[in-house]
Design a protein around this ligand. Structure first.
Ligand SMILES: Nc1ncnc2c1ncn2[C@@H]1O[C@H](COP(=O)(O)OP(=O)(O)OP(=O)(O)O)[C@@H](O)[C@H]1O
Ligand SMILES: [Mg+2]
Length: 403
């Protein structure tokens, strides 16, 4: 079982690259599913599929080629399948608060329900072994981060809040009914939630197991896109997910003679270099800007060849976490694998939002979580394999003086 997530900023080429990857995987003999995690589904458009086929199979996997299925979740179907009593209760609350019934039903589709629905499918497919490969086509960055944060948040909610809330409501329900006209949830609501949690169990282990799941960040050689990719790199690493490749899409081919594009070519060249500093040692796949939109199976197949060449697209292109963040005894640590180095060779440069590590001609940028910027002292230690950067000291002092 293999899961590959394609994430990145809006419009960079995630769906096209996820589709090309799925097509190539299926062509190599893997039973493959491409699942869209974006409510603005575009998989079927990219495969140029007939709308009727998707409408007839709303929300379930549709076979579009030998060994290849695509799935575009339909939240209304999912509400009926998974969210019955939970949705009913929330809608009744909104209705009671004075909202029109239809609007209440619509608003009761809470943020996160779609993500949880996708997680339910992933968990089920992983346990039942329906597919060899699942390709996840993510929504633009912000929402895909919400997707990966949900298992952690749910775990916290279940262990810290859920049981207490359920018990509390059962105690106060009879009394509250007499004095309070907002309905408290019946136990069916809690049972439905509990049932969902049970079905989600273990999904976080699947997503953070680098032997199963890896993330591929899709980006373009442009300033703003690259900056956002760098942040996503940080966030996925913070969630302990393994990023096994970066796909650099829309590179202008070298053979364009037209002088109109000279500035573009020059700036792309600089950003390609910078991307090496940002993401190395994670491999970067370069993909050129096509002469036309890569739509339909034939062009997508060619797209897949351009990205992966001879490689099996399900390969683990990188297996380690490039860096790890830890906090201990009031200090914050970044651990990076940099073997064969002595401390003297390492030059650290602290910028407000990132750390630049220079070793001879090699440079790496590491974006810092925001709360680390309050730490003033930075030291580095190496044990011959790992470099540890330690942020400590002044943060506590600063907090003390503030108090
Ligand atoms: N290498 C390329 N050459 C030419 N066109 C491309 C290339 N990659 C993507 N496109 C086109 O760019 C557009 C956006 O691509 P796509 O939908 O895959 O991006 P996305 O990241 O999934 O966008 P969204 O964030 O909206 O989901 C599409 O029209 C697609 O055909
Ligand atoms: Mg897309």
């Amino acid at each position: 079982m293999r899961i590959i997530m394609f994430a990145g900023k809006g419009g960079v080429g995630k769906t096209s690259i996820a589709s090309a990857t799925g097509l190539k995987a299926a062509g190599m003999g893997y039973k493959t599913l491409i699942m869209s995690l974006d409510i603005a589904h575009s998989l079927s458009d990219i495969f140029s599929l007939n709308k009727g086929l998707m409408d007839k199979n709303k929300g379930i996997p549709v076979k579009i080629e030998d060994r290849l299925w695509i799935q575009e979740l339909d939240i209304q179907e999912e509400i009926q399948r998974n969210w019955g009593d939970v949705h009913k209760y929330i809608a009744s609350l909104f209705h009671k608060a004075g909202l029109d019934e239809i609007l209440a039903e619509e608003l009761a589709i809470l943020p996160g329900m779609e993500e949880v629905s996708s997680l339910l499918y992933i968990n089920r497919y992983a346990h039942e072994g329906d597919f060899d490969v699942i390709i996840l086509d993510c929504a633009p960055t912000g929402e895909s981060l919400r997707f990966i944060s949900i298992p952690t948040i749910l775990e916290w909610y279940i262990s810290k809040i859920f049981k207490i809330e359920r018990r509390l409501v059962s105690y106060i329900r009879p009394v509250a009914k007499r004095f309070y006209d907002v309905p408290l949830p019946e136990d069916d609501y809690f049972k439905a939630l509990e049932n969902l949690f049970v079905r989600l169990e273990g999904v976080d282990n699947i997503l953070t197991d680098p032997t199963i799941t890896t993330v591929r960040l899709v980006t373009n050689p442009e300033k703003i896109v690259l900056k956002e990719t760098q942040r996503s790199f940080l966030y996925f690493s913070l969630y302990k997910m393994c990023i096994d490749a970066v796909v650099m899409n829309r590179i202008l081919p070298g053979n364009i003679e037209e002088t109109y594009f000279n500035d573009w070519k020059e700036s792309q060249r600089r950003y390609l270099e910078l991307a090496e500093e940002y993401f190395s040692p994670v491999p970067i796949f370069h993909v050129v800007l096509f002469q036309n939109e890569p739509l339909g199976k034939e062009r997508l197949k060619k797209f897949g060849e351009d990205i992966y060449g001879e490689h099996d697209p399900t390969e683990h292109f990188y297996t380690e976490r490039p860096y790890e963040f830890n906090r201990k005894d009031g200090k914050f640590f970044i651990k990076i694998k940099l073997p064969f180095l002595t401390k003297e060779e390492i030059e650290l440069n602290r910028l407000p939002e990132e750390m630049v590590i220079r070793v001879g001609g090699f440079k790496r940028h590491i974006p810092l979580p925001r709360y680390v910027s309050a730490y003033k002292d930075v030291t580095a230690k190496t044990d011959g394999t790992y470099l540890n950067i330690i942020f400590g000291g002044n943060r506590d002092e600063k907090e003390k003086t503030q108090r």
